[in-house]
Ligand binder design. Structure first.
Ligand code: NDP
Length: 401
């Protein structure tokens, strides 16, 4: 059904490519290309051992549009799945337009020198993709991604209008390390140290990073502290659900994690401003990434569960209703299936499903789309069959926190 080029060979890519190979009726040819071919070859070897499927590998710099276009032409791919880093999004969208193929990613474009978490750079490609008859899907991970599809599904099947959304992201897993992030450390620490922002009453409300903490009893995990944060889907959700009064994002962190980030921040190690070290310019956060554990290596060590979902309040036939929709995912079960922990798995599987939606022609409207703009039903069905089953329950009332 579809010839796919995946760019980037980190933790998320490994989970996604394994799942693509397990769906070889949809992903008839897979090429995996990244900055270091050796990383692609390691994934290809594991895919062959676990699934019997052969995938091709290649070296490419995603910032080099000409090289990516040439690779697309050699492979004959119809869809590019960008699982590299947010810095490469625009170059890869340019390459897709030039080569005439569809595009999908899991994170919004970020300029390297500024942490922004904004969509406007990518939304500016809307007309060009429309005119080219090509589809670009933005943010097909779990959050953003599934959490936006959850909101659309609730709107389609349970509510006439949505008033409030709280996205709750809990990682109840333990990787046994004093300090390690579960996905790319640079992106993770940029998110955590940014000011918290949420949408309320038609405007953004900004509060200091990690200043608003609430204890919540997560299904399948238990009680954890979660912190109010900014996350990119708040921008797209508040844009595409214009009636929404409040949209917030919460993520759990243990006390040890918070203490490490606080110290690292206090001593300047999380800064993205260049500094001169022994005559050479370095960016402290990039150096920190180099010395921290590689999230891709944490799979075998991580135990416990994640629980990610939305609590949505709105109206149905004039009555107020609140629903909690979520997935619970077990780190060790993910590792046994694809060799990745649940944070990579919960991002990589939705990337595969989003790609399947494009290849099957279900999400093929020309233009640039966030996940909540697309029909949720076929995607929700595939979550259930591809390892991320979800549950929805009605709650007694809106959240009290
Ligand atoms: P990793 O750092 O593990 O992997 C990134 C990969 O991209 C690496 O293989 C890296 O190469 C490669 N890469 C980086 N720069 C280039 C370049 N210029 N050209 C080619 N390849 C390049 O990241 P993750 O797997 O943890 O995350 C991947 C993406 O998923 C990120 O954008 C992240 O923000 C997003 N994400 C989204 C989530 C969601 O729920 N929506 C959740 C988690 C992550 P090398 O190996 O040489 O460094």
């Amino acid at each position: 059904m579809g010839n796919t080029l995946v760019i980037g060979a980190g933790g998320v890519s490994s989970a996604a490519v394994h799942k693509m190979a397990m769906n070889s009726d949809i992903f008839t040819k897979i090429t995996l290309a990244s900055r270091r071919k050796i990383k692609c070859d390691e994934i290809a070897k594991s895919v062959k051992e676990r699934t019997g499927v052969e995938i091709s590998t290649a070296q490419v710099d995603a910032m080099d549009v000409g090289a990516v276009v040439a690779l697309i032409k050699i492979t004959g791919a119809k869809l590019l799945v960008n699982l590299a880093l947010p810095y490469q999004d625009l170059k890869l969208m340019d390459a897709c337009l030039e080569a005439g193929i569809h595009y999908l990613d899991t994170a919004n474009y970020e300029p390297e020198d500024e942490a922004k978490f904004e969509y406007h750079w990518q939304w500016a490609y809307q007309q060009r993709f429309k005119e080219a008859g090509l589809t670009a899907i933005l943010g097909s991970g779990f959050d953003p991604g599934v959490t936006s599809v959850f909101a659309t599904w609730i709107k389609k099947h349970k509510l006439d209008s949505i008033r409030q959304i709280d996205v709750l992201d809990c990682n109840g897993g333990d990787n046994g390390q004093p300090f390690a992030t579960n996905f790319n450390p640079e992106i993770n620490i940029r998110e955590v140290t940014a000011d918290a922002r949420h949408w309320e009453g038609g405007d953004w409300v900004t509060t200091p990073a990690m200043s608003h903490k609430v204890e919540f009893d997560f299904p399948g995990v238990g009680k954890k502290n979660m912190y109010l944060m900014y996350h990119e889907e708040l921008e797209s959700l508040s844009t595409h659900f214009p009636d929404i009064e409040r949209a917030r994002f919460w993520m759990t962190f243990g006390d040890a994690y918070i203490n490490h980030v606080t110290v690292l921040q206090n001593i300047g190690m999380t800064s993205i401003e260049p500094v001169v070290h022994e005559g050479q310019e370095i960016i402290p956060l990039q150096f920190l990434k180099t010395v921290l554990p590689d999230p891709g290596d944490l799979g075998a060590l991580t135990k416990g569960k994640t629980c990610i979902g939305d609590i949505v309040t709105g109206e149905k036939d004039g009555a107020e209703k609140t629903y909690y929709i979520y997935n619970i995912c077990d780190h060790e079960v993910c590792y046994a299936e694809v060799g990745s922990q649940a944070v990579s798995y919960t991002t990589g599987v939705p990337a595969m499903i989003g790609a399947a939606m494009v290849l099957k022609g279900i999400w093929r409207e020309p233009g640039v789309w966030n996940m909540e703009q697309l029909d949720p039903d076929a995607f929700m069905d595939m979550l259930n069959t591809q390892g991320l089953p979800w549950e929805v329950h009605e709650l007694e009332g809106p959240v009290s926190f």
